[in-house]
Design a protein around this ligand. Structure first.
Ligand SMILES: Cc1ncc(C[n+]2csc(CCOP(=O)(O)OP(=O)(O)O)c2C)c(N)n1
Ligand SMILES: [Mg+2]
Length: 323
């Protein structure tokens, strides 16, 4: 393992992972109650990728992030409030996209989240666009694109990685390999064992990291960020992780082999960081339990607040459109 982070950084990562886990559970309930419409893609189990990534991204410096429809955790880790996110999902005017985006289209410019994309691979050319802007203006900012293990089978992925490599763009390609693309196991759809193996085709570093370990994710993203900012071009990072739930709200994930979920639960990202902090004398189990209780209170407060917010007026359909 790499250098341990400061106690304060660890504490922040732990707290945010606990908050993400809590609100995801509540969002699933709200969908089942039809309070939130449409569909949703939860990230339980993958929280370490979100907080490890977000600890590197510096939105004040112009860094940007794109991610997929499985983006609630990333948005919260980057700094979107629970209130704004839940209101957005309920279609309320106080949501981060004024209630017009919903679960799959969270955008939060002040925190660097320039888009959450429902079309597989669609965020990566946009990441390159942000990276090209940073390169052209010489801002030193980076652009990070997050995608799943199914995405390297899409043409846009190859075009984006190739272009970033050729132009040495300050892009970072961060894969959440959660073993499944919808209902298909990774191994059934990809000819190489690791997503990171594909990096050699583009002459860039391909790094595999334990996606259950927030500090390891942080270290890998930090190294890629230093490389990007130095003008040395992109990195492909593959975080090995697992989604505890099905692909989307209606998927019971019955295709998973017996025992697979249980094995991953043994390597829960929240427990891994909490145990390490307890061992290092930085937190007590009682304090971890306190963070969980606080997250539950905060989630309930966010839901109550969002429920009381108005829907956008009908005229709002004519606002925020290009043509
Ligand atoms: C271009 C395109 N093709 C197909 C789909 C349907 N689809 C939605 S999610 C998904 C699986 C993507 O899997 P992965 O990249 O591993 O991400 P994960 O959902 O596991 O986070 C597919 C095929 C889509 N949204 N866009
Ligand atoms: Mg996947």
């Amino acid at each position: 393992m790499s250098e341990p982070l400061s106690a304060a950084m660890r504490q922040q990562m732990l707290q945010r992972m606990i908050e993400i886990r809590e609100i995801e559970g509540r969002i699933q309930e709200l969908f089942l109650e039809n309070v939130i419409r449409g569909t949703t893609h939860l990230c339980d189990g993958q929280e370490a990728v979100s907080v490890g990534m977000a600890a590197v991204v510096d939105a004040a410096h112009g860094d940007t992030v794109t991610c997929t429809y499985r983006g609630h955790g990333h948005a919260l880790a980057l700094g979107l409030t629970m209130r704004s996110m839940v209101a957005e999902m309920m279609g309320k005017v106080s949501g981060c996209c004024k209630g017009k985006g919903g679960s799959m289209h969270l955008t939060d410019m002040p925190n660097g989240l320039i888009g959450t994309f429902a079309v597989v691979g669609a965020g990566l050319p946009v990441t390159n666009g942000a990276a090209l802007t940073a390169q052209t203006k010489g801002t030193g900012a980076l652009a990070l694109g997050i995608f799943g293990d199914g995405t390297p089978n899409i043409g846009a992925w190859h075009e984006a990685v190739n272009l970033a490599a050729v132009w040495k763009l300050p892009s970072i390609f961060l894969c959440e390999n959660n073993l499944y693309g919808e209902y298909s196991p990774y191994a059934d759809t990809a000819p190489v064992e690791n997503v990171a193996d594909r990096a050699c085709a583009y002459g860039i570093p391909g790094v595999i990291v334990d996606g259950q370990d927030a500090e390891a994710v942080y270290a890998a993203v930090k190294t890629a960020a230093d490389r990007a900012r130095a003008g040395d071009g992109p990195t492909l990072i593959e975080a090995k992780t697992y989604r505890y739930r099905g692909h989307s709200r209606t998927d019971p994930a019955a295709y998973r082999p017996e025992g697979e979920l249980d094995a991953w639960l043994q390597r829960d990202p929240i427990n891994i960081l909490a145990a390490r902090m307890i061992a290092d004398g930085q937190i007590t189990q009682a304090a971890v339990d306190g963070l969980k209780a606080q997250a539950a209170t905060d989630a309930q407060a966010a839901i109550d607040w969002a429920l009381a917010q108005p829907h956008p007026p009908l005229d709002a359909v004519h606002e925020d459109i290009w043509v």
